[in-house]
Design a protein around this ligand. Structure first.
Ligand code: ADP
Ligand code: MG
Length: 625
C-alpha cells in the first residue's frame, strides 16, 4: 500500500482576518489585553530590577483618548522592547513573550513569576486590530544602550519599522480607531470598559481625555483588591465598603466569606450573601471572575453551581484560564475542583455562623433559607454539612433545626414520633389541629408550598448519616398521635349518618369524599379533613412545578369527632326524624367549617355556606325569642 504524508499549511494572510474577527466575542476586550500586557511589562521590569538590585520608577499605565484625532494611546513604563523583540513578540502570531519570560525566571530560580505574569497565549495583542485600522508600537527597552523603535501595521500581514523619538523606558501603543468602533472614543464609554475589565489591575491605570484642555487624569482601578488582603486585618467595615462600591444599588450584605487557598489550586475571593429584594428578581451575575486581578467573566455558570448564583463578589484564580472563549471554561478540570471548594467553603461559613452567632443566622434565614434548602437538594457535599442547619418555624414561631424539633417532642410521645416530623402547611393545614397538638406539648414545623415539598422529599430519599427522616402532614398524622378511645357502635352511627347525608348514592361525590370518625384527645373541633400523605405529596409536586394538567382532585376524608356536642346533637335530631332537614344542614355546615379551617371554600360552596348560615341562625333565634 502506498502512503503519503503531508501537513496542513496555513497562510497567515488568510488566517489573520479570521483571528481578527473571531478570536474574541467582545470587541471591547482589546482594553483588557493591552492593559494587561502593559502590567506584565511593568512586572517584568520590576522583577529584573529586583534581581539585579536597582531602583525603578513606580509602575504606571496611562490610557489617553483623543477624539479629534480618533486615537487611543496606551502607554506603560515597563520593560520595553528593542526592534528585534517587537519583531519576535509582536510580529509573530501566537508566540508569547510571557511564557518565555516565566521560563527564563524559573531557570534563574524565581518561581513566583508565573503567578504574576498574566499573558499566556501570545494572541492578546492582536485584539487591537478588532477596533483599530492602524496600530503603532513605540518602545524603548530597559536594556542599557537600547535604541527606541517604532513599528507600524495596518492590520494585514505587512508592517514597517521606523525611528522613534521615545526617550523613556517603556511602550506606547497608539490605536487609530476604525470607523465602526468610534464609540470607544467616547470618554464615558472608554472609562466604563476600563472599569469593567481593569478595576483591579495591579498597577494604577489612569485615563486622560486629550480633547479637554484642562482634563485631569483619573485612576480607574484599585491595585490591591480586598481579596488579596490579609483577612485577619480586615474589618467588617472594609467588606461593607467594598460591597457598597461594587454593588451601589444593594442593601447591606447579610454576611460574607473570604476565600484563600493555595493548594491544589490557587484561589482568592470574597463572596457576599446579599439581602434579597422581594421586588427585584435575583440578579444572576453577582460573581465576577478574575485571573491575576484581570477580569475574565461575569458569568460564573460553569464555576459555581446554580444555587450559589445569588451570591455576589469576586473570585480570582490563576487556574481559571483567561480564555479566548467562554465555553472553553466548561471543559476545564480545575473548574470542577474550584467549584467543589467554593461549595464547601460556603457551607462551612454558614455552619460557623450558626454556631457562633445564631441570632444573625436566624435573621438571615428569611433571605438564605430558600438557597440553603435548594443547595441541599442540588449538591451532596453541601447537603452533608448543611442539612443539620436547615431551619423551620415551630408552633411558637421560633426557628428550629430538625434535630431540635425532634428533641422538643415530649417524652410520652417520643416513641410515636421517632424520626417523624409533623408539618403544618402554611395556609393549607387546619389551625385547630395545630392547637390540639400544642396543648399536648407537641410542636409542628411550618412548611411552604414551594421549596419545602421538594426539600422534604429529598430529605426522605437521601439519608444523612444514621438519621432518617419521615415527614407527615398534621392532617394525616394527628389521629395516630392523639387517638385515645376506640370507636364504639354509637360512633359508627355518626359515621353512617354523615356519609348518608354528605355522599349518599352520588358516585361522583364518593370518588372525592369519605367519612370517618375518630375520638381525639383534646378535640376542640367538630371535624377536620384528613388527606392521604402520598396523594398530598403528589399533588404538591405537580402544583409546585406549575403542572395544572396533572393536578387531579384528591380524595379527602372528613374525620368527624363523635364526642363533640354539636355532632352528638345532630345525630339525635336525625334519629328523632322530625327535623331531618336541620340535621342535614348541620352535617354540611360541619363539612364547610372543616374546609374553612384548611384550604378554604370554593366560591360555590361559599355561597351555600352563607345562605345556610343565615337560615341556621334564623332558626336558632326562633327558639330564644
Ligand atoms: P501574551 O501576553 O499572551 O504573551 P500578547 O499577544 O498579548 O501575548 O503579547 C505578545 C508579547 O508581546 C508579550 O508576551 C510581550 O512579550 C510582548 N508585549 C506586548 N505588549 C507589551 C508591552 N506593552 N511591553 C512589553 N512587551 C509587550
Ligand atoms: Mg497579553
Amino acid at each position: 500500500m502506498n502512503t503519503r504524508k503531508g501537513s496542513i499549511s496555513v497562510k497567515t494572510n488568510d488566517i489573520f482576518p479570521i483571528i481578527k474577527k473571531w478570536l474574541y466575542s467582545e470587541h471591547d476586550i482589546f482594553i483588557r489585553e493591552l492593559v494587561s500586557n502593559a502590567c506584565d511589562a511593568i512586572t517584568k521590569r520590576a522583577t529584573i530590577a529586583r534581581s539585579q538590585g536597582y531602583e525603578i520608577p513606580e509602575g504606571k499605565v496611562k490610557v489617553e483618548v483623543d477624539k479629534a484625532n480618533k486615537t487611543i494611546i496606551i502607554s506603560d513604563n515597563g520593560i520595553g522592547m528593542t526592534d528585534s523583540e517587537v519583531e519576535k513578540y509582536i510580529a509573530q502570531l501566537a508566540f508569547s513573550g510571557a511564557e518565555e519570560f516565566v521560563q527564563k525566571m524559573k531557570d534563574m530560580g524565581n518561581t513566583t513569576a508565573k503567578d504574576e505574569i498574566i499573558g499566556k497565549f501570545g494572541l492578546g495583542f492582536y485584539s487591537a486590530f478588532m477596533v483599530a485600522e492602524k496600530v503603532e508600537v513605540e518602545s524603548l527597552s530597559m536594556t542599557p544602550g537600547s535604541v527606541a523603535t517604532k513599528w507600524t501595521c495596518l492590520g494585514d500581514t505587512d508592517y514597517e519599522f521606523s525611528d522613534s523619538t521615545k526617550s523613556e523606558t517603556g511602550t506606547t501603543i497608539k490605536l487609530y480607531i476604525s470607523a465602526d468602533s468610534e464609540d470607544f472614543l467616547d470618554t464615558w464609554k472608554l472609562k466604563e470598559t476600563l472599569t469593567h475589565y481593569c478595576d483591579f489591575m495591579p498597577y494604577p491605570v489612569g485615563v486622560l481625555d486629550l480633547s479637554q484642555a484642562d482634563a485631569s487624569e483619573e485612576i480607574i482601578n484599585e491595585t490591591t483588591p480586598l481579596w488579596k488582603k490579609d483577612p485577619t486585618v480586615l474589618t467588617d467595615e472594609d467588606y461593607k465598603e467594598f460591597y457598597r462600591k461594587k454593588f451601589p444599588m444593594d442593601q447591606e450584605p447579610l454576611f460574607w466569606l473570604h476565600l484563600n487557598v493555595d493548594h491544589p489550586f490557587t484561589l482568592q475571593g470574597v463572596l457576599f450573601f446579599p439581602k434579597l429584594n422581594a421586588n427585584k428578581p435575583v440578579q444572576e451575575n453577582g460573581i465576577k471572575l478574575y485571573c491575576k486581578q484581570v477580569f475574565v467573566s461575569d458569568s460564573v455558570k460553569n464555576v459555581v453551581p446554580d444555587f450559589l448564583g445569588l451570591l455576589k463578589g469576586a473570585i480570582d484564580s490563576t487556574d481559571i484560564p483567561l480564555n479566548v472563549s467562554r465555553s472553553a471554561l466548561q471543559g476545564d478540570p480545575n473548574i470542577k475542583k474550584i467549584s467543589n471548594y467554593i461549595i464547601k467553603k460556603v457551607a462551612e461559613s454558614l455552619k460557623k455562623l450558626f454556631n457562633t452567632d445564631r441570632e444573625r443566622y436566624e435573621k438571615a434565614w428569611e433571605d438564605i433559607g430558600l438557597f440553603v434548602k435548594y443547595g441541599c437538594m442540588q449538591d451532596t457535599k453541601f447537603d452533608e454539612i448543611m442539612r443539620k442547619y436547615v431551619l423551620f418555624k415551630n408552633s411558637d414561631s421560633k426557628l428550629v433545626t430538625l434535630e431540635e424539633y425532634q428533641a422538643s417532642i415530649p417524652e410520652t410521645y417520643k416513641e410515636k414520633l421517632k424520626e417523624k416530623y409533623v408539618y403544618f402547611e402554611k395556609n393549607q393545614s387546619d389551625e385547630s389541629l395545630r392547637k390540639q397538638l400544642l396543648s399536648e406539648g407537641i410542636h409542628v414545623i411550618e412548611t411552604d408550598q414551594y421549596i419545602d415539598p421538594h426539600f422534604m422529599q429529598h430529605a426522605e430519599m437521601s439519608k444523612q448519616g444514621e438519621q432518617s427522616f419521615k415527614f407527615s402532614a398534621i392532617d394525616s398524622e394527628i389521629e395516630n398521635i392523639l387517638e385515645t378511645m376506640t370507636t364504639t357502635a354509637d360512633d359508627i352511627k355518626v359515621k353512617d349518618f354523615f356519609k348518608h347525608v354528605l355522599v349518599g348514592e352520588n358516585k361522583d361525590l364518593e370518588a372525592k369524599l369519605d367519612v370517618d370518625v375518630k375520638n381525639l384527645k383534646n378535640a376542640s373541633s367538630s371535624a377536620y379533613f384528613k388527606v392521604d400523605e402520598n396523594m398530598k405529596r403528589f399533588q404538591q409536586m405537580t402544583k409546585s412545578m406549575g403542572n395544572s394538567a396533572f393536578s387531579m382532585p384528591i380524595k379527602k376524608t372528613l374525620v368527624v369527632n363523635p364526642s363533640n356536642t354539636l355532632i352528638k346533637n345532630a345525630l339525635k335530631i336525625w334519629e328523632k326524624g322530625e327535623k331531618k332537614e336541620l340535621a342535614e344542614k348541620i352535617c354540611h355546615h360541619v363539612q364547610d367549617l372543616a374546609s374553612l379551617s384548611s384550604e378554604g371554600l370554593s366560591s360555590e360552596d361559599k355561597e351555600k355556606f352563607v345562605t345556610r348560615s343565615q337560615a341556621l341562625v334564623q332558626e336558632l333565634s326562633q327558639y330564644i325569642v
